[in-house]
Design a binder for this molecule. Structure first.
Ligand SMILES: Cc1cc2nc3c(=O)[nH]c(=O)nc-3n(C[C@H](O)[C@H](O)[C@H](O)COP(=O)(O)OP(=O)(O)OC[C@H]3O[C@@H](n4cnc5c(N)ncnc54)[C@H](O)[C@@H]3O)c2cc1C
Length: 255
């Protein structure tokens, strides 16, 4: 046995002893009980959608919506979603030589999650060097190990600029229907802006956490105070920015 193995043997003994002391079955049961305590039988039904009376919760507070004529044209590729999924798709398509790409998002700009979520202190929770896509291609390096949300959003914008994805981007537009036209061999795409356009290829990258949900607090519909969703942070009300200094909250204690 080499010195190295002898040293490792000592470590394994300790590990083995710890395993004996550890009752895996009761630990699993404990975690299961805690999990079950937190799972509600109504599941996602416990939340209220940000529609109807609560529609204002979903309004984009960051970019003004501009009116435009409905689209009736045809493109080679439509990418639905301007988050990192859609951006990487758009970038790779450009690298493959595809020119006719339309990016579409109900947000007012690129960024997806990082466009919508700008609450104080937001950062990514895994290392930025791993999380942020296309760093070499954009020619940038994150300034911090866990980058702040605004830096991440700016990186999304930089990807779009680097790969010329603003060229035919359509924002503040929600795709509501995709129907395959077998005769024309194209998708017919309808949106909440009255568009009825066509696309040879459609790539959906619409995320999983994009719809704001409200807690089903009894009385929420009659509450008269000022409220907003964290994914639509109202800095006009709180003051400050993503880095803090929420100065306007000073005189808004519980009454
Ligand atoms: C608050 C928050 C913090 C997070 N932090 C981390 C983190 O630290 N680390 C990590 O790994 N992951 C994190 N995530 C997960 C994050 O969502 C993914 O990392 C990633 O950004 C998802 O990219 P995406 O392009 O798939 O989707 P998204 O970024 O969600 O982009 C999807 C886009 O599609 C648009 N869209 C949806 N439906 C339609 C439609 N019908 N028509 C037009 N547009 C539409 C949306 O407006 C959105 O802009 C976080 C998520 C949230 C909500």
């Amino acid at each position: 046995m080499s010195n190295h193995s002898a040293a490792s043997g000592g470590l394994s003994l300790n590990a083995g002893k710890r395993e004996e002391e550890l009752d895996a079955a009761s630990l699993r049961a404990k975690y299961k009980a805690e999990r079950d305590r937190r799972i509600r039988p109504d599941g996602a039904g416990q939340y209220l959608p940000t529609t109807g009376t609560f529609g204002y919760y979903a309004t984009d507070p960051y970019t003004e919506r501009t009116e435009r004529e409905p689209l009736t044209d045809s493109v080679e590729v439509l990418v639905i979603g301007g988050g990192f999924g859609g951006l990487v798709t758009g970038a790779r398509l450009r690298q493959a030589g595809i020119e006719d790409i339309r990016m579409m998002d109900e947000a007012g700009d690129f960024g997806g999650t990082w466009y919508w979520n700008r609450y104080p202190g937001i950062r990514c929770d895994i290392e930025s060097y791993v999380y942020l896509p296309l760093l070499e291609e954009v020619g940038t390096m994150p300034g911090e190990r866990y980058a702040p949300g605004e830096e991440i959003r700016q990186h999304a914008v930089a990807i779009a600029r680097t790969f010329d994805l603003y060229r035919d981007a359509v924002f503040h537009t929600r795709v509501t229907s995709l129907v395959w036209d077998e005769d024309a061999f194209e998708w017919v795409v309808e949106t909440d802006r009255g568009d009825r356009m066509r696309a040879r290829q459609v790539i959906t990258s619409s995320g999983t956490l994009t719809q704001p949900k409200l807690p089903g607090i009894p009385g929420i519909e009659t509450f008269k105070g000022h409220t907003f969703h964290t994914s639509r942070w109202d800095y006009g009300y709180t003051g400050g920015d993503q880095f803090g200094n929420l100065s306007k909250l000073g005189d808004k204690g519980l009454r």
